[in-house]
Write a protein that binds this ligand. Sequence first.
Ligand code: ADP
Ligand code: ADP
Length: 237
Amino acid sequence: MPLVSLRDVRKSYPAASKNSEPVTAVAGVDLDIDAGDVFGIIGYSGAGKSTLVRLINALEPVTSGSVLIDGVDVSKLGEKELRKLRLGIGMIFQQFNLFDSKTVFNNVAYPLRVARTPKPELQRRVAELLKFVGLADKAGNYPEQLSGGQKQRVGIARALATSPRILLADEATSALDPETTHEVLSLLKRVNEEFGVTIIVITHEMDVIQTLANKVAVMDRGRVVEQGDVFEVFSRP
Ligand code: ADP
Ligand code: ADP
């Protein structure tokens, strides 16, 4: 059974004013993402990629169709089960979304505090995560003291804190230069290989998909226009 399945998923937003039309952000998408995949979703700005991410982690309800995780329809989950689902899905973002007023340590510790992790375990876990991302010596620093690549590595450590099975990366390297992008993509590859985390990579950059992903879906105006192994999709004429 796929880890994540989308079945004819649609999402429309109501018209913003009397003079505008409703927006169909996702217009009938079918996707299957297997455990262990690095699954790329590529498309131009406005194609519906970010909306799809918010539907997968159930931050927003679908208009129609279904999102299944482990075969369970997320729209059928209660608040408590949704919280559990979201603990199992880490997210990283283009603008990193770190807490500027918290140290690196406390950024990474944040999800563990929310999950009421006992202090000794929390400290051990944060130390381990910072070591993994190569920032053990930056625990006491604030985000503004870090480079973009370092900030994203903090973002990755924070996203992994609760040992999620799925990591959603939404344009996670779009604010980084090519060299730093390469560094962050290598780290994500290790997250997939060493921890078996399934990674869903949203991007408008072909290079990111070719470096990292094994499967890809190409989105255009709310639809998936191609889907399959990266090698096959990109070698089609
Ligand atoms: P992408 O991530 O591929 O750039 P989005 O999912 O952000 O695409 O957007 C797809 C379409 O849905 C766009 O036309 C966008 O303006 C619209 N859209 C996204 N979110 C909302 C929202 N909350 N309200 C209204 N329209 C939205
Ligand atoms: P509190 O619960 O009051 O935050 P902690 O002992 O958890 O107390 O943390 C105190 C501060 O020390 C935190 O703000 C954190 O930044 C820092 N800190 C705690 N443990 C570590 C650690 N292993 N490495 C680096 N900094 C740490």
